[in-house]
Each structure stands twice: as structure tokens, then as C-alpha cells.
Write a protein that binds this ligand. Structure first.
Ligand SMILES: Nc1ncnc2c1ncn2[C@@H]1O[C@H](COP(=O)(O)OP(=O)(O)OP(=O)(O)O)[C@@H](O)[C@H]1O
Ligand SMILES: [Mg+2]
Length: 238
């Protein structure tokens, strides 16, 4: 059974079709990247998996549960990195982990487990006790992932995790996503970075006007070929 599954999933706002008949499955251990122009429906897709939006057609399932029947149950097994990671600047990295852990109703996070999660995402030891307000963008992204890790999420939903990262930080993030997948996590990543998508993904989807217009095996294409295909798909989108 896939961890994430969308079946004929759709979302409309009056005449605006944000997502139109999405069929997509992400298995445990698999990374799927979604590419697509601004407004193509990528964030809408993540928000439907998270139960932040009600679908107007079809269903999203997380670990077999229909999200709109049990949004809290779905979120309990999801880790989510939003487009803009919101953190409390006065909390340290460790305190942030514990805070989000408590919020999501998990058992108390032991200091050793918090440290292990921060190490796993590659946050330097010196930063663990520093206030998050002093973190760089890459460090904030890593902390966001550590929150998901500490939760033991079965699936991760990452909305543009690479935006604003320098090449080294982007490389580290790609490696981290691959290693989380190797441990069995299902990962759905929205990105505009074609090169990193090709490196990171097992499968790549190209979204266009609310539809998944292409879904391909990342091993069958190089970054150049993917860029050409992307431009081809988006050629007549204003
Ligand atoms: N609350 C809303 N009311 C009306 N239309 C909305 C609403 N939320 C999203 N939309 C529309 O749904 C479409 C899909 O938006 P979505 O945020 O999913 O795009 P996206 O692919 O994530 O784009 P981006 O790359 O800019 O983040 C857009 O046309 C957007 O304007
Ligand atoms: Mg978006």
C-alpha cells in the first residue's frame, strides 16, 4: 500500500480549478518531485494531503486513511516543511524540537533523541542550543526536517525546500532526503529546481494548470532532457 495516494483528487474555488483529477502514489522509500509553473496546483496538492483543504473531488489517502475523514490521523504520520518555515526566534534548536513534539501530542522527546535528530539533519553541534533567530535559511530548513524526523513521520511533504539555499546546502538537503527515503520514508517534494529534482527523485511529475501532465522515472532522463520536457509541457501556459 502506498503511503501517499491521490485518487481523482480535485480542488476548485468557484470557476478556478486549482487541482484537476490527480492520480499519484508515493510508496515507502520513494521520492517523488513535482515540478510546475506558479499556480500549477503543487501546494494545493500538499495541502490536500495534510487536510488543510477539503477536496471538491476524489480523495487523498495517507497510510490508507482518507484524509478528509481523519485529518488529524493523517497529520500524525506526516512531516511537513511549508514554503516558509515559521519558527520562534527566541527558542533554541533543541527547544524548537521539543515544542513541536509536545504540540503534536507525541511522548516527551528525550534530550538524546533531540540531539540525534539535529545531528542527522547536519545541524552543527554549536547551533543546537543557539536561538533559531540566529539561524541561516539552510539551518532553518534543516531544523524543519529535524522536527519531522523526531516525529518519526512515515511521509514527508516538502514545499520548495531548496529555494534560497546555496549549492552546498542544496546538495546536503538532497543527500538528506535520499537518506530518509533509504530508511523507508515516502517523500513528496515540490520544487522549481529541475537539476536537483533529477538528482533527488525516483519519479518526477510535471504539473500544468492543475493537472499532472507527465510522470516519469528519473533514471530515464538527465537534467537537460528534463528541462526540455518541462519547457515543452509549459509552452502554452501564459
Ligand atoms: N483560496 C484560494 N482561492 C482561490 N484560488 C486559489 C486559492 N488558493 C489557491 N488558489 C489558486 O489555485 C491555483 C493553484 O495554486 P497553488 O498554490 O497550488 O500553486 P503552486 O503550484 O503551488 O504555485 P507556486 O509555484 O507559485 O507556489 C492557483 O491558480 C491559485 O491562484
Ligand atoms: Mg506553491
Amino acid at each position: 500500500m502506498p503511503v501517499l495516494k491521490a485518487t481523482d483528487l480535485g480542488k476548485r474555488y468557484g470557476d478556478i480549478v486549482a487541482l484537476d483529477g490527480l492520480n499519484l502514489a508515493v510508496e515507502a522509500g520513494q521520492v517523488v518531485c513535482l515540478l510546475g509553473a506558479n499556480g500549477a496546483g503543487k501546494t494545493t496538492t500538499l495541502n490536500l494531503f495534510l487536510g488543510f483543504l477539503q477536496p471538491t473531488a476524489g480523495e487523498a489517502r495517507v497510510a490508507g486513511r482518507i484524509v478528509h475523514d481523519d485529518p488529524a490521523g493523517a497529520r500524525a504520520v506526516l512531516g511537513y516543511l511549508p514554503e516558509v518555515v515559521q519558527l520562534y526566534p527566541l527558542l533554541s534548536g533543541i527547544e524548537t524540537l521539543r515544542y513541536f513534539n509536545d504540540l503534536s501530542g507525541q511522548p516527551v522527546l528525550l534530550p538524546a533523541d533531540a540531539t540525534a535528530a539535529l545531528q542527522r539533519v547536519g545541524l552543527p553541534q554549536a547551533a543546537h542550543a543557539s536561538r533559531v533567530g540566529t539561524y541561516s535559511k539552510g539551518m532553518r530548513q534543516k531544523l524543519g526536517l529535524a522536527v519531522a524526523l523526531a516525529k518519526g513521520a512515515q511521509a514527508l511533504l516538502l514545499d520548495e525546500p531548496l529555494s534560497g539555499l546555496d549549492p552546498k546546502a542544496a546538495n546536503e538537503l538532497v543527500a538528506l532526503v535520499r537518506s530518509l527515503a533509504a530508511d523507508g520514508t515516502a517523500v513528496l517534494v515540490v520544487t522549481h529546481d529541475i537539476f536537483r529534482a533529477q538528482q533527488m527523485a525516483d519519479r518526477i511529475g510535471i504539473m500544468r494548470l492543475g493537472q499532472l501532465s507527465e510522470l516519469l522515472d528519473a533514471a530515464t532522463i538527465d537534467a537537460r532532457g528534463l528541462e526540455d520536457l518541462y519547457i515543452h509541457h509549459l509552452r502554452d501556459v501564459a
